[in-house]
Design a protein around this ligand. Sequence first.
Ligand SMILES: [Cu+2]
Length: 147
Amino acid sequence: MFSYMTRKTVCLLSLACFALLGLLSACSAPKEVEISEAKVRALLPGRDTTAGYFELRNHTAATLTLVGATSPAARAIEMHRTYIKDDRVGMQRIPEVTIAPGESVAFERGGLHLMIFGVNEFPEPFPITLRFADDRQVEAAFSKLAN
Ligand SMILES: [Cu+2]
């Protein structure tokens, strides 16, 4: 409740500033689950598997558990983590990722990533629905990341 009030106060203050500057501001309420930097790597020639990256910030009061992702443009999506062992790079499947209230997690090159299988046509933007243990679903539009 405290953080909600804080955000609302900041929102009102910024709205006042914008008003002083003579600008319009929508001042929309912050999303409970904020997705940013959402990108899917362009397909390499002859391949139908690629990787997706994003940042997720948990603005809810509860710990979120990300359990998977789906897309109408992909046959399947898995959560993977890249690791280095004995100077070799490998990937392992991660069943779930937990994000504490107020915390964020980054899916990025060389770390956690979405492994996206069976992409026949690359839509722009690429729609991906993130699925959570509490049945929450968050859809995001991923832009194309050039290789
Ligand atoms: Cu992978």
